[in-house]
Design a protein around this ligand. Structure first.
Ligand SMILES: NC(=O)c1ccc[n+]([C@@H]2O[C@H](COP(=O)([O-])OP(=O)(O)OC[C@H]3O[C@@H](n4cnc5c(N)ncnc54)[C@H](O)[C@@H]3O)[C@@H](O)[C@H]2O)c1
Length: 349
C-alpha cells in the first residue's frame, strides 16, 4: 500500500489514479481544502486528517509514502505563515520521525518520496537564459517562506534517515507543473497563460524578460514518482533529484503557448507586455540530468503538449464556463476565503 499525503490536491489528483491503475492500494490523508477530487475506488481509502496528527497506524501495510501535503506556493505561504510552517515543516518532521520509528521497529524499509521544489534555487538576480542550470549538489539559500519551509522539511527527512537505515527518503525538487488535472490549478504559470489565451485571446507578460522556470508536465511528474518508487533503495536513498523538463523564460513560455495554439488550434492569440511589471518574481533554471543518470527517466512531454491538452479541456468545459473566476483553482484567494469562514481554524479539520 502507498500512503499519499495531500493526495486530493493538483498533483495527487493525477498521481493517485495512476497508482491505482498500476495495481497499488492507496491511502490518502488530506485536509481536503479543495474538496474531494478523487473518484471512489475499491483500493482507495481517503482520510480527512491533518498530517500534523500522524499516527503509526497510518503506516500499517504501507511500503512507501508520497508526501505532497502542505502549502504549495509563495502566495499562500505568505498569506498564512504560521499555518504554512505547521503544515510544511512541523508536520513533515513529525511524519519523518514516525516513518523512521516504524521502519526501525518493524525492521523493514519505508520509502518517502517528498515533494520539494526547484524554487529552492531561486536566489539573487534573474537567472538569464544562458546561466548555468542548478544541480542538486549546489548549496542553496532559499528565498521566501515557501522555499525555506521546503528546505527545512528536506533537512528533517534526511536527519530522520541518519538514525534509521531502513528509512529511505528521496527528495524530488520538482519544476513548475503544467497541464490539466481533476483538481485544477490555474495559479501555475503555464496553466494561467493558457487560460488567459482561451478566455481573452490575450496573454499578458509580467516581470523581467529573464525570469526563468524549469517546467514539468503533470504526466511526467506522475511518471517520475512511479519511477522512483520502483528503484532499489541503495540507488535512491537520501538522494535529492531535480525533476523538470524544459527551462523557459516567462516571455518565451507565453510566445510558445501562443504560437502552439495559433498553429494547432487556429486560435487568435496576442502576447503583450503588462503595464504593471512586477520584477519581484523568482527566477531559476534546473538540470534534471541526475535523475536520468540514476534511473534512466527523463521528462519527455513539452509545453506544447500541456498547452494543447489544457486548451482542449477548457474548450470542452471541463473547468466550467468561467474558470478564471472560480477561486478553487487559485490557492491563495481560496485559502483566504477558507480562513475567513465562520468556523474557527478553517484550515484544519
Ligand atoms: N504544483 C507545482 O507546480 C509544484 C512544484 C513543485 C513542488 N510542488 C509541491 O508538490 C506538492 C503538491 O502540490 P500541488 O500543486 O498538488 O498542491 P495543492 O495545493 O493542489 O495540494 C496540496 C494538498 O495538501 C493538502 N494539505 C495541506 N496541508 C495539509 C496538512 N497539514 N495535512 C493534510 N493535508 C494537507 C491540501 O488539502 C491539498 O489537497 C506540494 O507540496 C507542493 O509544494 C508543487
Amino acid at each position: 500500500m502507498i500512503l499519499v499525503t495531500g493526495g486530493a490536491g493538483y498533483v495527487g489528483s493525477a498521481l493517485v489514479p495512476a497508482l491505482l491503475n498500476a495495481g497499488e492500494s492507496v491511502r490518502v490523508v488530506d485536509l481536503l481544502w479543495f474538496e474531494r477530487s478523487l473518484p471512489a475506488h475499491p483500493r482507495l481509502h481517503v482520510v480527512q486528517q491533518d498530517v500534523l496528527d500522524v499516527e503509526p497506524a497510518w503506516l500499517r501495510d504501507v511500503s512507501a509514502v508520497i508526501h505532497l501535503a502542505g502549502f504549495s506556493n509563495d502566495a499562500s505561504a505568505n498569506l498564512a505563515p504560521a499555518e504554512c510552517l505547521r503544515s510544511n515543516v512541523t508536520a513533515t518532521t513529525r511524519l519523518a520521525d514516525v516513518m523512521a520509528q516504524v521502519a526501525a521497529h518493524e525492521q523493514r524499509e519505508i520509502r518517502c518520496l517528498f515533494a520539494s521544489s526547484c524554487s529552492l534555487y531561486a536566489a539573487g538576480p534573474p537567472a538569464s537564459p544562458g546561466s548555468l542550470l542548478a544541480q542538486e549538489e549546489v548549496g542553496v539559500i532559499p528565498l521566501g517562506l515557501y522555499a525555506q519551509t521546503k528546505y527545512e522539511a528536506e533537512a528533517s527527512l534526511l536527519a530522520a534517515a541518519q538514525a534509521c537505515p531502513e528509512f529511505c527518503p528521496v527528495l524530488l525538487r520538482k519544476g513548475t507543473i503544467m497541464g490539466a488535472a481533476p483538481r485544477m490549478r490555474f495559479d501555475l504559470v503555464a496553466n494561467s497563460i493558457t487560460c488567459d489565451a482561451w478566455r481573452s485571446g490575450v496573454i499578458s507578460i509580467y516581470g523581467s524578460a529573464n525570469h526563468c522556470r524549469p517546467m514539468l508536465h503533470l504526466s511526467d511528474a506522475v511518471e517520475a514518482y512511479l519511477t522512483l518508487l520502483a528503484q532499489p533503495s541503495a540507488r535512491v536513498r537520501n538522494q535529492i533529484v531535480n525533476v523538470a523538463g524544459e527551462n523557459r523564460t516567462i516571455p518565451a513560455l507565453a510566445h510558445l503557448v501562443a504560437s502552439t495554439l495559433r498553429e494547432e488550434r487556429g486560435a487568435k492569440i496576442e502576447v503583450v507586455r503588462a503595464l504593471n511589471q512586477n520584477d519581484g518574481g523568482r527566477s531559476y533554471r534546473a538540470s534534471s540530468e541526475k535523475l536520468y543518470r540514476m534511473t534512466g527517466y527523463r521528462a519527455r512531454r513539452t509545453v506544447r503538449d500541456a498547452a494543447l491538452s489544457l486548451w482542449d479541456a477548457l474548450v470542452a468545459g471541463d473547468f466550467g464556463s468561467a474558470p478564471e473566476t472560480d477561486l478553487r483553482f487559485y490557492n491563495e484567494p481560496w485559502l483566504k476565503r477558507l480562513m475567513a469562514a465562520p468556523e474557527a481554524n478553517a484550515l484544519a479539520v
